[in-house]
Design a protein around this ligand. Structure first.
Ligand code: FES
Ligand code: FES
Length: 905
């Protein structure tokens, strides 16, 4: 143990700690300074950045023995507070720099240090600085952060008034369509928003800390589990195994299609008979400290019989492959598509035919905040689970039977989440903390390391695709044939739904009269497939968007004009035979055309013998909602002071659920003339909130948004008097009129049939992406120099939120195109190893423009947004690489060595 007196944020503080403890832990645990976030824990993300004796450091990597007595430390708490914001914090809010907000305090501290060192930085100086100090953000795409730094610097130099950073409500009082800052923004920029790990620190003293015993092989039979030595370790209260679980010990996929050959009960909470994938949880050690729990976990002995590991769909489909789930074939679901007439005669007589194979891999979500959660029994004996879940009611029913808890005895709550991007559409640790809490009767807390986050949460499911297209002599598409294989890992939850996406989105955006194809879902022993932004479209549309480019090239047509000729127009139908609700793609392409021409000229002018430049485009389309009559419920309640409370589950990945609810409710309640601060939000707690449905498939703005509108209209209906004025709360009570109303909306949509035909979504999003690339011929290194997107996501609720979604999605698509992967379980277990895009990989030059076609079914004309920017920009990147240097990459990611091999080939 050592003692240190530290000058923290101008106050002298004494700490006693282990000399090997990290400064980050001491600041958080001993001093309660939870603005210091621990993301990667290994010096790769910058979320723990603080200034020590004038130097910017990552405090997770600094041991206390290196921190001198009297060290002067500055954290975000010392830069500005909610009542006294620093210009950097104001600028972060003004530019929407805090999305999930988990990286934000680290960036604020880093910016503070930058502006001390260089009060007048250029944009490139800012980017160099964040690159050098590994400040990583997964949500924003970085552009807004540089904008914020530039503005803050101007204010600090006295060149700009701080008032320019404050939002002013327009004179008409309307915030719909503005840059009104999200309600959590101030807490995020000041580091005062408590995420799961921060809440963990504030749990009762007897809270047990959990450590998992996890599989280190990918497929095995469990012969025995010996916990005896672990139980004797210091501080250990209990080692929980499958024997302690009172229910079925399975997480159910819940919505398994009738033709699925499995029953959806394939995922153990704690492994009993088999290990199905690397990282599977086998036991949970519950101890007084995390350190003791981890030490004891290493002592649990698990005897295994290794089984063949099928790490890809082709391996699991081999004739001699054994069944991963005995009794269920590894190929457990098939989905066909049959639109229009037979394709064979079309292909026989077509002027041009093209065919190729494509692969999009296991993209990892890589939130900066690793998975975290806790559980306790409340005074009514209910099991309360707090996690990053983005589908509370869904998860409640997925885990209750496995735990042996009646659904009405289970409460699920979402903590503020430091990014999910879809991995939390699956339960991760919910059942684990639930099982540990039930087995011990104590509050329990579990925080994954970033490596555990990577190795034991779901990933994007790889698609292996073969696509053929036929067109006439003028380039009009006539038919398409598709074959796609989905590697869904060992657990089937939502695998059939994902496979259906291949039918819905291969070739989406184009009027293709005749389509035939089949897709299949395959169980493997690699990471289980979970939802990820774009859900099936980044795979499906990659195949068709690259193939369309190839077909255009083959027939000598410009790729933009080829697309323009074939996109949806009145009379066209989607691959599922649905009439699109708006026809904005021709207008979107028209709007891009002049910029596309300029970009091509730029590429030509700036290409050199060493660096070739090129331009590529792609289309993106995605449907908002869960297939068919997707439903959401919302309550609106009038409060005694005349304010209104909205209660629902609009789960927050970090995208801005709070702003989504507030913007929609404020617009709906305009007749009441309430200022935004008079609308209160109670969100994401199953004890209080009706079921809004999970936050996936860009459904929330449309489906929950309609629920909000319905609830607000019912409330105003109750309040409205004969003369069209509104009753007060007291008048409502006096007249015995209800003050709380439940609004419900179901999408008028139909599910797809066995041939993939139907009208599954009432509202779609449409976009065109353009990438400008530079390829270095000597190394194969490809760099995105500019990204442009023209999008139609309907009427925009909040511009900051929507821009943030767009830039962030584009950045993730660049990562998917060029670097991101989770194939190698060890190499890809760190941010750097998995190809996380830092700021210098993402162009500062990103342009997003909108064509706002009002959506007939969207609330106030809005569609969704989140999935669109990751539908298919990566195909634009790949098409641009081909345009630059002639190499066509069909298997992602396009690593330099692949491009180089193509150049040599
Ligand atoms: S750099 Fe410290 S938590 Fe990532
Ligand atoms: S806002 Fe940067 S990681 Fe979420």
């Amino acid at each position: 143990m050592i003692k240190r007196v530290l000058m923290v944020n101008g106050i002298s503080r004494q700490v006693v700690c282990e000399q090997d403890e990290s400064l980050a832990n001491v600041l958080r645990q001993n001093l309660g300074l939870t603005s210091v976030k621990i993301g990667c824990g290994t010096g790769q993300c910058g979320s723990c950045s603080v200034i020590v004796d004038g130097k910017l450091i990552r405090s997770c990597s600094m041991k206390m023995r290196r921190v001198g007595d009297g060290a002067v430390i500055l954290t975000t708490e010392g830069i500005g507070t909610p009542g006294n914001l620093h210009p950097i914090q104001m600028a972060w809010i003004a530019h929407g720099g805090a999305q999930c907000g988990f990286c934000t305090p680290g960036f604020i501290v880093s910016t503070y240090a930058l502006l001390l060192a260089n009060p007048k930085p250029t944009r490139e100086d800012v980017r160099d600085w964040f690159q050098k100090y590994s400040n990583a953000c997964r949500c924003t795409g970085y552009k807004q952060l540089v904008d914020a730094v530039m503005d803050a610097a101007s204010v600090m130099r006295g060149e700009k008034s701080i008032d320019t950073l404050a939002f002013e409500i327009p004179k008409d009082g309307r915030i719909w369509g503005t840059k009104y800052p999200r309600p959590t923004a101030v807490a995020k920029v000041t580091g005062t928003l408590d995420y799961g790990a921060d809440l963990g620190i504030r749990m009762p003293e007897d809270t047990l800390k959990l450590a998992l015993v996890q599989a280190e092989v990918s497929h095995a039979k469990i012969l025995s589990i010996d916990t005896s030595e672990a139980e004797k370790m210091p501080g250990v209260v209990k080692v929980v195994t499958h024997k302690d679980i009172k229910g079925k010990n399975r997480i159910t996929g819940l919505i398994t299609f009738p033709t699925n050959k499995g029953d959806g009960w394939d995922r153990p909470i704690l492994c009993d008979e088999k290990v199905f994938q690397y990282g599977d949880a086998i036991a949970i050690v519950c101890a007084d400290t995390e350190k003791n729990a981890k030490a004891a976990a290493a002592k649990v002995k698990v005897e295994l019989e290794r089984l063949p590991e099928y790490m890809s769909a082709p391996a699991a489909m081999a004739d001699d492959a054994i069944e991963i789930h005995p009794g269920t074939p590894n190929v457990y679901f098939e989905q066909r598509i049959a639109k229009g007439g037979e394709t064979a005669p079309v292909f026989d007589s077509a002027a041009h035919v093209i065919e190729d194979d494509f692969y999009v891999g296991r993209q990892p979500h890589m939130p900066i905040e690793p998975d975290v959660g806790f559980a306790f029994l409340d005074d009514e004996g209910k099991l309360c689970i707090h996690s990053k879940s983005i589908g509370l009611h869904l998860h409640l029913y997925m885990i209750a039977p496995g735990l042996g808890v009646e659904p009405d005895k289970l409460v699920m709550v979402q903590n503020p989440a430091g990014g999910t991007f879809g991995y939390k559409f699956s339960p991760t640790m919910e059942a684990l903390v639930g099982a540990a809490c039930l087995a011990t009767g104590k509050p329990v807390f579990l925080n994954y390391t970033w490596k555990q986050q990577q190795q034991y949460t779901g990933k994007r499911s790889p698609f292996f695709m073969n696509v053929r297209m036929a067109c006439d002599k003028d380039g009009k598409l006539l038919g398409m044939e598709t074959d796609w294989t989905v590697d869904h890992g060992p657990y089937s939850e939502f695998g059939d739904l994902l496979t259906l996406r291949g039918a819905q989105f291969i070739g989406a955006g184009y009027d293709i009269p005749n389509i035939r194809g089949i897709g299949r879902t395959v169980a493997t022993n690699h990471a289980w497939g979970s939802a990820f932004r774009g859900y099936g479209s980044p795979q499906s549309e990659f195949a068709s968007e690259v193939l369309v480019d190839m077909l255009a090239e083959k027939i000598g047509m410009d790729p933009l004009e080829f697309r323009h000729k074939n996109v949806y127009r009145k009379g066209s139908t989607t691959p599922t035979g649905q009439d699109p609700e708006v026809y904005s793609l021709p207008e979107i392409l028209d709007s891009l055309r002049p910029r596309y021409k300029e970009a091509k000229q730029r590429a030509k002018a700036n290409s050199t013998a060493e660096i070739k430049r090129g331009v590529g485009i792609s289309l993106g389309v995605y449907g908002c909602g869960l297939d068919g009559p997707d439903t959401a419920e919302v309550d609106a309640q009038l409060n005694p002071d005349g304010s209104v409370t909205i209660l629902t589950c609009w789960h927050d990945h970090g995208q801005g659920a709070d702003m989504g609810v507030l913007g929609t409710a404020h617009e709906a309640l305009r007749p009441l003339g309430l200022s935004p601060d008079r609308i209160k939000l109670v969100l994401n707690d199953t004890r209080h909130c009706p079921n809004g449905g999970p936050a996936g498939g860009s459904r929330s703005q449309v489906v929950v948004g309609r629920g909000i509108k319905a609830a607000c209209e019912l409330l105003m209906g109750g309040m409205r008097k004969a003369d069209n004025t509104f009753r007060t709360y007291q008048e409502m009570v006096d007249e015995k009129i209800a003050v709380r109303y439940n609004g419900k909306w179901s999408a008028p949509a139909t599910e797809c049939n066995e041939n993939g035909q139907g009208s599954p979504f009432t509202s779609y999003m449409y976009g065109v992406f353009m990438a400008e690339m530079a390829v270095e011929l000597a190394t194969g290194k490809a760099t995105v120099e500019k990204m442009t997107c023209v999008a139609d996501i309907g009427k925009i609720n909040n511009r900051l939120v929507v821009d943030g979604q767009m830039y962030g999605g584009l950045a993730q698509a660049i990562g998917l195109a060029l670097s991101e992967d989770y194939e190698d379980i060890e190499k890809h277990a760190t941010m750097k190893g998995a190809g996380f895009p830092y700021i210098k990989q993402i162009p500062d030059d990103m342009v997003v423009e909108y064509v706002e076609s009002p959506r007939p079914e969207g609330p106030f004309g809005a569609s969704g947004v989140g999935e669109l920017p990751l539908t298919c920009p990566h195909a634009a990147v790949i098409n641009a690489i081909h345009n630059a240097c002639g190499v066509r990459i069909k298997k992602l990611p396009a690593l330099p060595e692949k491009i180089l091999a193509g150049l040599k080939g």
